[in-house]
Design a protein around this ligand. Sequence first.
Ligand code: THU
Length: 132
Amino acid sequence: MDDELIERAREVQKRAYAPYSHFPVGAALRTDDGTIVVGVNVENASYPLGCCAERVAVYSAVAQGHQHFVRIAIVGPGPEVITPCGGCRQVLREFGDLEIVMAEASGVKEPRIMRLEDLLPLSFGKGDMDGV
Ligand code: THU
């Protein structure tokens, strides 16, 4: 378990911009050099333009020069631990397998940890286009 990473996701969740869903999400991504990059969901009056917290974290990390990730912690409002949406699983998969730590804001429920490969089996990636 990476308590520091969960704590960072829990802290940044407070900065989520979710006036439409009222479902704030925080994410914290651990890179292979130990750096932590955070993200929150950012919604929009034009609903489909909103972006999930995980994607904001990944895109920000790439912009900061990171492409190798070991773990992501995600904190939702509860009462159950959050699980990443299908789109975010695919975005994470672009950069290889990693651990997904799923948590809720209050900390009452024990975080759940799974590998991306198990959350997104038989996935499509850049290797699938080799030789075409
Ligand atoms: N959301 C995330 O940020 N991450 C997820 O894994 C699931 C959903 C956001 C999107 C939207 O702003 C709100 O939660 C409700 O779906």
